[in-house]
Design a protein around this ligand. Sequence first.
Ligand SMILES: *Cc1c(COP(=O)(O)O)cnc(C)c1O
Length: 653
Amino acid sequence: MSEQTNPIVEALFLGPKAENRDDFRSMVADALDEHMFWRRDYFPADPAEVGAAERAAAPYRATIEATEQVLHELSARLKDQSVPWFSPRYLGHMTADTLMVANAAYIMTMLYNTNNVASEASPATTLLELEAGADLARMFGYDTRRSWGHITSGGHTANYEGLWVARNLKSVPLAMAAHPRAKELVAGLDRHQLLSLGVGAILDLTDDLKRRGIFTEVRALTARGAGAEPGELGKLIVPRSRHYSWDKAADVLGLGQDNLSPVDVDEHCRMDMSALTKTVEGLIAAKTPILAVMGVVGSTEEGAVDPLHEVVELRRRCEERHGVSFYIHADAAFGGYLAAALRDQAGAFMDLPQARQRLDGLSPHPGATWPKPEVHAAFKALAEVDSITADPHKMGFVPYAAGGVVMRDRRILDLISYEATYLVQSFAKDPDWSRPVELGSVIIEGSKSGAAAAAVWSAHRLAPLNVDGFGRVIARCVGVADWFYQKLSHAPEFRAEGRRFTVRPIMAPDTNMVDFTFLDLADRSLAAHNRLNEQMYGISSYVSGRTYAHGFNTSQTRLTRSAYGDTPRRLAAARGIDTGDWDAVGQLALLRSTVMTTALDGPDRLEQYWQELLSIWQADLTQIARGELLRQTTSDAVAPPAVATPAAAPPGQ
Ligand SMILES: *Cc1c(COP(=O)(O)O)cnc(C)c1O
């Protein structure tokens, strides 16, 4: 759609009832046909290697039948044990129906089996990956002439890549001071000053090194070549709400988990700025370097958005007052794609009133108030951070495995690269097949799926990353999340077996994730509360058997004292939970709903859905009150649909 017609959200997905099955089937059939013609038409005069008689022979048929049998067995297992993400009855993890175009593109590309480790193995899809990366960079407000981005296997790898460049960058000034011909460029700086230089300043120095022809020699003395002593490069400051991939990253990259410096979160589960400021100032006073500050855009457990605009401002202040700078990475693995809803069709970042007005017009729930001013400001500040993780396989509605990372200044790639990185970028603009580009030389992974990159690229083409394109999908998610939060805030009491229960959200969502909790009014202790919510989770998840049989499926989280400090206790107290036993219990168990359904498309449908939820929860609480903890799931109401007979029509032609 280059001459843009705005996408209709319902036409983007296969749909909860596979409503678009005829269209999807024909898209996939076309993809198969096209691929088969491609094979057939390669040197048309070449003989067929298998003749009709041979294919009709009994042993041959037996192999084909055995193939079908394996596939039937696989299908049966998938249908029996998979989670129905596609349904609005699933509000749990960051998984939902995926875009039809992405699914079809994935299937199509998979048949060509391209490997994006090197353009030689993926002439078509390496370019798609770079273009998809540039789409992400544009969505975050980066200058695509200077930035770069690509598709990773997921948020883990994207975070590893962010920390990888930050680590190598941090060690450049030390390496320069240790090199006889480079040290004059950093003369007069003491060790602490060397470790406090800003990202732009260090990258400018690397330009000097390149001009002098000593870049490679100096690079060999950075952490990449010489390694780094534990703690030498300073602390990686992270919020307590960080994803555990950061702990893994500190381990894998040899920084050591002791060099993570966790900062408390506030009652919105966002990084607490006064705590961050204290940590940063304490480190500066102690002359301990700051390797990087990581902020989360959409925390994994709460969907909270850290105040990145204030982190950027803090960095500016530290540079001004103390001459100390640091790298900033935004982990927007979950929330990154929400940025699409904040850009207008021309790609400009909309101000708050304009964004709200546009999104309210697209929301199925009128009066939606996304984004909050702080969230809007944080998204705007993404343009100023050094690198960003954003997962297409989360809020991009693209099938696994597709994460993404973008870096603001692509010169940083030279610090990790095993080949001149200008090649990667010039290749993207003007492919030069005499020097195929190795994506593998600037990324963590090796062999990787070109199909995933093609799926992301196709999604971005069909529903561009602005409010009129993909923003329409996002508007449903944040709109319904806001509705869900409002409904939970005013939900009626449940009565079962003489007991009274309430359900309440735990905080107003920053994104499209709502954490909520059930409470038995006769026993408000934290221990009893946690037990009740674990039982509710059991009934509403794979724990009690096939999710296909459950009327509602969700996920859970536990905010522990060891990770979150005292914040969960305060959140619990505000919800009427008696936290006298907090010291003994030390955690708050919650239900966690990522709202990614686009199927609830208006006030009437929402109301009908809410009534259905209330009756499901009424039945669940009754069961719990009676002590029948887990539902019988073996002989359950909903039998899995029979395995479909494969379509008879052969591709023909
Ligand atoms: C999901 C998530 C990750 C990890 O992403 P994967 O794609 O599962 O590897 C990292 N950070 C945050 C904030 C996440 O939500």
